[in-house]
Design a protein around this ligand. Sequence first.
Ligand code: GLA
Length: 739
Amino acid sequence: MKRYSHPRIKPPFFKNPLLFCICVFSVCSVKAQNTDIPIETQNTALVLQTDRNNGPHIVYFGKKLKNKSEYDLVQSMYEQNMDYTGIANSPYTPAGSRNLFEPAIEVTHADGNNSLDLKFISAKTEKISDDISLTSVLLKDPVYDFQVTLFYKIYFKENVVEQWSEIKNNEKGNVTLHKFASANLYLQGKSFYLKQYHGDWAQEMHPEEEQITHGIKTLDSKLGTRADLFQPPVFMVSVNQSSNEDNGEVLLGSVEWSGNYRTDLELDNKNNLRIISGINNYASDYPLEPGKIFTTAKFLYTVSYSGTGDASRQLQRWARDYKLLDGNGSRLTLLNNWESTYFNFDEEKLKQLFNDTKKLGVNLFLLDDGWFGNKYPRNNDRAGLGDWQENKKKIPNGIASLIKEANADGVQFGIWLEPEMVNPKSELYEKHPDWVIRQPKRPEYYFRNQLELDLSNPKVQDFVFGVIDSLFIKNPGLAYIKWDCNAVIYNAYHSYENNQSKLYVDYVQGLYSVLKHIRAKYPTVPMMLCSGGGGRVDYGALQYFTEYWPSDNTDPLERIFIQWEYSYFYPAIASSNHVTDWGQQPLKYRVDVAMMGKLGFDIPVSKLSEKDLAFCQSAVKIYNSFKNIVWHGDQYRLQSPWTNDVAAIIYVDSTKSSAVVFNYLVNNRYNTGSALPVHFKGLDANRKYKIKEINLYPGTHSTLKENAIYSGDFLMTVGFNPGVNADRPSVVLMVEEVD
Ligand code: GLA
């Protein structure tokens, strides 16, 4: 098909640009026409340029060029369809003026007018550290007193960018924001491939990949709280061809927002891809008062030109260094009582469990749901949420005495909370019906028999903070919190505010304000982000949490797939993996899978056979010996469970002197196993390594040659056969450098 081209295809604004070189050692700013703004990480450049009318454009987004002055030549190499709007490649597409595509921002001005145009005013870059810089670009409407500042926070070494916007109303009256994205990218390429995720309870992180076709593909959530239950906000876009672990140009992105999000991917008439991502504007027209600023959520992305494995290691490193709470620290191993007791326990039983915790050799006992509520005791999931006082029958001597008992056994004590929630059968609901999100004129509708508290209300924020604060004040020895969130928002209505369209956004901001408050007072206490499984994992929340709960599905076979996909976006140190009785696999297999992250147990220890107990005890010791490699090292995915009979993953320490390799049989058809060697990655080709099978079940012996030595070159070129088969369905290997 002949492409329509127009004599005006080369827009005049690419002529005579005044090059602006980003100033990295001090704050510097620029205010000029025809400005180039290259925003560069170690490997990628996003180059903004203004036209002669000060309109901002993205003129390049791709692999960094050696010579900055050549960014200016990029657009002259493209002979694409005409841009009818002149703003198709806007870094923040405004609606209502010349735009014909999905906008990043849409507003109604104080005078009722719906049009917006954004012109470049100035840009500046501040150096925050050796690694981090922040570029801000101020845009203003030439007609209305309305401005947007675009922020680009660069993590140079990690090739990670966080983008967000500040929207400021300088008009005389309220402006309504109908859409208020974090970021607007514009990609040029032959074709684009989207890998996205979907799921449900116990079925988290199912991937799907497709070539992006013309029109708009929207990934979003309207669930309110546990926003990524059906569709997590994380995604990948590959350029020109679908990427694999080691090859391809790929962007991994997500919104840092623990509520409704929306990412639009629009392939336009020029075959270019617009990615617009941020808070979902669904039912969320947001009023902005004069003089006020609306700060959007952050949009996070990393780009690699060497496949999804490299991209994910960049993101994992970034998360550990900069986002996840205590990302480079340590974690507590634990015994949880949820699946061994459910709601049915008392002090005697708990004391026995403290003993089991000690016996197992893990650090902490985690008391789960069911410890609270008196008028409406929490003996099942139909009552008690909101009444955070110890149940006098189950725990007559209170949490303080439990902590004392646990500590006497050398065990730390943690507790489960679901502080944003309320059961209609609770004293809290009776006292404060106005604190509950519900439609006043409609019947209530429940998710797990419960409703959300209205966290947009400062009184509710104080209540939620108070729940945690008073627990710590009364029980200073409390060492861990599992923060759960099992319901979505139905019947979105808050009585605290007349303006109902603020609820979804203000809820999340209210939640963050509580979490900030908690972290200001209790900066280090480990907290697990849980949401009836992995319904709420994102970096907006993870900056306050040390770990997350990927799924209630702890069947190890399922977990291999679930953890595999999560690992593209989140580091192993954050993944709470518990050994439970889910699944058909042997205990060793379950423990091996749980070791690829933060190990915990949720099994009735007292019912374990002597051998099983001895295995678990030894497994905890072995885990302690290599956990730092899993938590702080680099993860390389060796063989995908989706396409192989044997899945394999290696974690390599930063010096490349030791590594742990996990191998699992994921297909139980006749005679399946590791017929071929597994190619290792991440080692040093020039060094020699000794390989030893570890974490064997008592009474079994490795079929592998004891302590054989191979070069890194051999292990990465020929590979190593872990001897996985139906008799040895999971094999863990310790790889150590030898002289
Ligand atoms: C959620 C969590 C579980 C457990 C229960 C308790 O489902 O995911 O781990 O804590 O709540 O009710």
